[in-house]
Design a protein around this ligand. Structure first.
Ligand code: SAM
Length: 339
């Protein structure tokens, strides 16, 4: 079992397999896009598989593929099938924007993917295009159905509520859990990604979301799994559940069980910290497994207790850089960390 300095069990690895994305969501990426990593910057599938094998031998049990958009990377089903074979990996999932899911769902399922999270911030096609700058909601909804048909269940929908953009749909998203088995997770918009997007006015806290959703009925806490950032609730009689990922207002740091590996091979112990450990350099300098193992353990030992952004700070901040002074210059965009 891998434990960090604060006795948290670390058993979850989020793998960003590309920084490229076929969407340009307003809160995630600057309008002008980003300078993508070059092909040689990105870990090869063989390198990723080796890292996951070593991580699994240390105690990692859950792996999630993310990005950028993971389905834009060529032969992603090959990677899924190879990761699925690794001893110790019990749960293999993917976070996707769903644009290519109709084409891939069946193949992903056959390759061994267990579940998908699909990011959908609105059910209005025109608004969807505005938020994603390039997306097609119909394609995503067809992808969602294909995922369900392929057994990639439960499908979890990730929604980032933003005041003045999609806050009038929060109730509709919550109601979806009453009419389908989908899990709907509301993610507090974070001051990362498109840094000039975040400000106090557009930000909606989990407490505000809950109060709004409780107009549909009382929310009863549901314990779905031992660790993880989502706190889950059910509206009485609903088949699906509602999750809240409150990175800012209710730190989930004490339950954090994860490490992130960026597409260019940097281990990040915390989304909000700039600490990175360079696994790619080690691998490309022919490091033996014992050295990769040491670096994995090191990243767990330096995992911070938590981030320090508090409620009072959020209430006063006008911009992302006020909240996170390091959030300028060298800070990576979300798509290059892996959301
Ligand atoms: N392309 C995939 C997708 O769209 O799901 C995976 C990568 S995306 C960066 C992963 C998740 O991060 C999405 O659910 C997205 O909404 C979320 N995300 C991106 N920027 C965010 C921000 N600033 N605050 C909160 N969530 C964000």
């Amino acid at each position: 079992m891998l434990k960090d300095s604060f006795s948290r069990v670390i058993d979850y690895l989020r793998l960003s397999i590309t920084d490229r994305c076929n969407l340009r969501c307003v809160y995630c990426m600057p309008a002008e896009g980003i300078v993508p990593f070059s092909h040689s910057d990105i870990l090869s599938y063989e390198e990723i598989i080796r890292i996951v094998e070593i991580a699994a031998s240390l105690g990692v049990r859950k792996v999630r593929l993310t990005g950028g958009e993971p389905l834009t990377r060529r032969d992603v089903t090959f990677l899924v099938s190879e990761l699925k074979k690794i001893k110790g990996i019990e749960d293999l999932s993917m976070t996707t924007n769903g644009m290519l899911l109709e084409e891939y769902a069946e193949r992903l399922s056959r390759a061994g993917l267990d579940r998908v999270n699909i990011s959908i911030d609105t059910f209005k096609p025109e608004r969807f295009r505005q938020i994603t700058r390039t997306g097609d909601l119909n394609l995503v909804l067809r992808g969602l159905r294909a995922a369900e048909d392929a057994g990639l269940k439960p499908v979890k929908i990730n929604m980032v509520p933003v005041r003045g953009i999609n806050d009038d749909e929060i109730i509709d998203f919550a109601r979806l859990t009453m009419t389908s088995g989908c899990h709907v997770r509301f993610i507090e918009c974070m001051p990362s990604g498109a840094l000039d997007f975040w400000d106090q006015g557009m930000y909606i806290s989990t407490d505000e979301l809950k109060t709004l959703i409780e107009t549909l009925g009382p929310l009863t806490p549901v314990r779905l799994r031992k660790h993880g950032p989502s706190k889950y609730y059910r509206i009485k009689g609903a088949e699906g559940v509602i999750g809240f990922i409150s990175a800012l207002t209710h730190h989930f740091c004490e339950d954090c069980n994860r490490l992130r590996l960026t597409a260019d091979g940097k281990l990040r112990p915390c989304l909000f910290s700039e600490t990175e450990i360079d696994l790619r350099a080690a691998i490309r300098n022919d490091a033996p497994d014992s050295e990769i193992e040491r670096l994995l353990r090191l990243s767990i030992q330096v995992k911070p207790k938590g981030h320090t952004i508090g409620q009072a700070g959020i209430a006063m901040a006008h911009s992302a850089s006020e909240l996170m002074p390091c959030a300028s210059g060298k800070k990576r965009p979300m798509s290059q960390i892996g959301g």
